[in-house]
Design a protein around this ligand. Sequence first.
Ligand SMILES: *Cc1c(COP(=O)(O)O)cnc(C)c1O
Length: 360
Amino acid sequence: MTGDGRTAPIAPRDDLALREGYHSPQVDVEVRLNTNESPFGPPAGFIETLGRELAAVEWNRYPDRSANALRADIGALHGVDASQVFVANGSNEVLQTVLLTYGGPGRSAAVFEPTYALHSHLARITGTSVVTGEREADFSLEVDAVRAFVDDHDPNIVFLCSPNNPTGRTESRGVVEAMAADTGRLTIVDEAYGQFADRSALDLVSDDRPFVVSRTFSKTWALAGARLGYLIAPAWLVTELSKVVLPYHLDAAKQIAGRVALRFGDEMAARVAALREERGRLVGRLADLDVDVTPSDANFVLFRPRQVAADEVWRRLVEASVLVRNCASWPRLEGCLRVTVGTEAEDDRFLDALEEILRA
Ligand SMILES: *Cc1c(COP(=O)(O)O)cnc(C)c1O
């Protein structure tokens, strides 16, 4: 359909028919706790330095096509060579590039629901078929179950998400190690929230296996507006991704923003530590309310009101000018809502409103 209701003169690809675009409803409210952004802006020193460095950009020239300096800086952060780092416009574009390179028609990707909706969405729009496994009742993964599922369906790509969005826990080390050892397929561990957790899969990246870990500047680095993500992988795999991604896909401003951000690692770590502490306080207060709470290693918490319907709670929170994510219609998450850890003041606004709604 066109905007005015007429039939469009050309239809999209048949395999895209009926696909909904991915979107997170945005409502104009005072307290936004729905997309797991950092509640803190980047440090003032970052803004000042960035402004100075942007003033020196030669805008008439194409940027460094392979973003060598940025990749070297990210590599230094993780103790790997620049050749093992692939960067793109948000980790979503990183994942899309992996799927364009290693997925596509005739190939498949495995996801374990409930998990980040973009993994299966990106698989489908790149023509990759999706095989859907299930998490355990507590949303964890068990080695034997994952092994059996993978043997059964033989996917080319396996998605893990650690901590898993929207449920919150890191994947078990046993599962991650089992998939890293399975060199017959490509395993992606999405660590968008990695710095909020105690455990990472980065140490399992090795030249002899198709195993990659993706990260982003959107959450811990307080830079969702910059759209910058990356993955750490064997150098040969990064070479293949670079052949697929568009030339000059990473603009000059973003390359600089990423490099400047990395100079403020201590400030970033302090923000992460503050949010982890605030997560403990938020979970503690939620535990006193009439809701079931899922433990979290990330900067968000999944919870399920016991007596009041999630849709009703969501709507009344919006009336109180607090926006959380309504997960009630997602697979296996009936009745669930997800709240991002905000500042203490924001979380109190949320908690006070929720308490009021559940009491009535
Ligand atoms: C937020 C999020 C991302 C980040 O996407 P960007 O494109 O880097 O902003 C990736 N994976 C998961 C699981 C997320 O929740």
